[in-house]
Design a protein around this ligand. Sequence first.
Ligand SMILES: *Cc1c(COP(=O)(O)O)cnc(C)c1O
Length: 400
Amino acid sequence: MTDFNKTKAFFKIDSNLIYLDGNSLGPMPLNAQARARQTIEDEWGKQLILAWNKAGWMDLSAKIANRIAPLIGASDGTVMMGDTLSIKVYQALAACLSKQKGRKVILSDRGNFPTDLYMAQGLIDQLDQGHRIETPPPEAVEASIQAIGDDLAVLMLTHVDYRTGRMHDMHRLTQLAQSKGAMVIWDLAHSAGAVNLNIEASNAEFAAGCSYKYLNGGPGAPAFIYVRQDIIPKLAPVLSGWLGHQSPFDFDLDYLPASGIERMRIGTPSVIQLSILDAAMEVWQDMDMLALRRQSQKLTSLFIKLIGEQLPDLKLVSPIDPEARGSQVSYAFEEGYAVMQALIAAGVIGDFRAPNIMRFGFAPLYNDEDQVQRAVIILTKIMRERLWDRPEYKQKAKVT
Ligand SMILES: *Cc1c(COP(=O)(O)O)cnc(C)c1O
């Protein structure tokens, strides 16, 4: 059983700060600094190119992937690190479409993170085979699967909605889509490290996610991709880079994919970033994901309850049912951006998503009930006294 009072000490977070934005960028694990220094000074600095072998740089991607695997319910050898989530979504989608000749619809929803939809748009423009993307409201996905039927090539969804925190029923939707002959891709950006998952039991063909959100790998940490075991050997990678080759250092002129999940690799890994992520993964060792999920639900439910008491007019846009919610809580408010700036100035960090969403992410590894209570007190004061109503809080920054 994980003791969530102890995991706090793993991170560097100012004790005055209430950090409710780990769903966007996880805080810095204290061991990250020493690990980065080791990678830079001892490995790169002293071993130079020899470090690819001596310091195990070339094996880091697979090593970390196998540390993430149990957190999403995947087996060893079915997850690989690399690149960004946008690219991993592209890889998965391209692989699906190449297997689904004749089927023309990619079904997503309008709550999906834009980059997933943009990557799909770019891919279908390039393929020029008459594919189209449908984006019904999240609640209507099931009806859309039924309606599209035989023309459904791929169901591609983000499991936990980045704005509302609404969580799709992964197993049910996967089964339904597959019963129509479709393939399924889950984006786990807001799920990995936040909710208990069993991707293998869902039977989905693909999943992908970030490592810089709830997994705390640091800004720009590489993404991961999961491929269902049985289809790995049948997969023809569209981004056929040299590190996905069966033997990169033979320098063959022809591409031959690696036999395993390595074929999802493309090019040279970001070693410094990976080494930091490797350090961040220590806190996840033997993590009881169901216990984490229960603790997360406790925090989000408490936040919703207290806000409901103090600010009954504030509009909750997250599901009230904790089972239908990821690890974040969002409220819609016209001046949400200004409110968030006022909150940040008062030491409570959340974020804002256009057009009017204030987002609060909760991570049991470093958030507790006391912080939830304090955050509500501060937000209540800001709202009641209109402390957000100042010009400097309305000046939009580049990153919101
Ligand atoms: C954060 C996020 C991304 C980010 O993609 P990158 O390529 O890593 O920048 C993609 N999809 C979803 C659903 C996200 O929440």
